[in-house]
Design a binder for this molecule. Sequence first.
Ligand SMILES: NC(=O)c1ccc[n+]([C@@H]2O[C@H](COP(=O)([O-])OP(=O)(O)OC[C@H]3O[C@@H](n4cnc5c(N)ncnc54)[C@H](O)[C@@H]3O)[C@@H](O)[C@H]2O)c1
Ligand SMILES: [Zn+2]
Length: 353
Amino acid sequence: MFQKEGLVFRNENSWAILASHIEKAKYSNVFVIVDENSEIHCLPRFYDKIGLNQEWKVLQVPSGEKYKNIDSCIRLWKQLSDKGADQNSLIINLGGGMITDLGGFVASTFKRGLAFVNIPTTLLAMVDASIGGKNGIDFGLAKNQIGTINLPQMVVVENSFLETLPKRQLVSGMAEMLKHSLIHNSDSWDKIYALEPLNKPGFEELIWESIAIKNEIVAQDPLETNLRKTLNYGHTLGHAIESHCMDNSEREPLLHGEAIAIGIILATYISNRLLDFPEKKLTEVSMKILSIFPKQNFNQNEIENIVNLLVFDKKNRNGKVLFVLMQDIGKPKTDCVVSNALIYSAFDFYKKL
Ligand SMILES: NC(=O)c1ccc[n+]([C@@H]2O[C@H](COP(=O)([O-])OP(=O)(O)OC[C@H]3O[C@@H](n4cnc5c(N)ncnc54)[C@H](O)[C@@H]3O)[C@@H](O)[C@H]2O)c1
Ligand SMILES: [Zn+2]
C-alpha cells in the first residue's frame, strides 16, 4: 500500500506510481539532478526502487548550500540545453532541500517550465523543502531571494534514504518537525516532546504527520497570503543567524535546522513577552530544543550583525520586519512587529538558558 497527502506519496507502491507516471507521460528525456552525496548514496537505491528500463540523464551539482546559486543554475541550464531537454522533458530532483530548491527552480524556469518530481533524501527535505512548491536560490546576502512557486508532479518519500544521512543532518531536520508541531496543536507538540530523538519506532509516523501538517497548510494557502506565513515561525531570526554564520569566516556555518532551532527559542521568548505565550511552555520548548541542538554563543557584535541582516527578510513589508509569533501552542499570529530591544533581550534569554 501507499499513503498519499496531496501530491506526496510514501511507501513501497509510490515507486510504482512514479514509474507508471513516467511511462504514461512518455517524456522525451528524464533528467535526474543529484549532488555529490545523493549520487553516491541515493542514486543506486533510486534505480533499484523505480525498476524502470529508461535512460536517466544524471546531472550532478557539488553538494552544499553555497552551491544553491545562480552559477549552478547556469551550469544546469547549459547541460539541459546541450543534452537536448525540450518542453516534454522531466526533471527528477533526488537530494536534500538544496537540490529540491535548486532543481525545482531550474525546472520552473527552463523553457518556461518543465515538469519535475521531488524525491527528498534528507529529513529536512522530506518534511519541508520538497513540499509546497517553493523553489529558489540564494542571492547576495539573502537566502532564497530568487525563486518561484511551482508545484512538482509528485513527491516520493522513501524513509530508507535516511539510513545514510549523517546524524547532524538528521537532527537538523527535526527543527522543522518541532516547528510544524508547535504551530499545529498541543497534541502534536506533546507527541514530539515525548519522543527521544530519532531511532524510535514512532519516528517514521511523526515524519508523516509533519508532512501532513505542512501539506494541509500549503493546500489552504499556496501563495502565502496568510496561513502559510505561519510556517515561517522561527525563521525570521533563524535565517539571519544562518546567513551570519555562513558569511562569517570565524564561525562554523550552521545547518538550516540548527539556525532555525535557535530562531524558534527566540521567537517563543518574544511571543511570551508580546503575546503572553505561557511561561511554562516557553521553558518546555527551550529545554526540548537544547536537548537536541547544541547551544551556540554569539557575542554582542554578532548579535548586532544578525539584527542588521533582518532587513533582508523576504517577509518584510513596507520596511517593517515582520515576525510570526504565538499566543499559545497551535495559535500562531502573523505580521507582528518586534522592537530591536526585545530581540536583544531574546538573545540574552537564550544565552542564559
Ligand atoms: N522550499 C522550501 O519550502 C524549503 C523549506 C525548508 C528548507 N528549504 C531549503 O532546504 C535547504 C536545506 O536542505 P537540507 O538540510 O536537506 O540540505 P542539503 O540538501 O544541503 O543536504 C544536506 C547534506 O546531506 C547530503 N545528503 C543528502 N541526502 C543524503 C543521504 N540520503 N545520505 C547521505 N548524505 C545525504 C547532502 O549532499 C548535503 O551534504 C536550504 O537551502 C533551505 O533553504 C527549503
Ligand atoms: Zn526552514
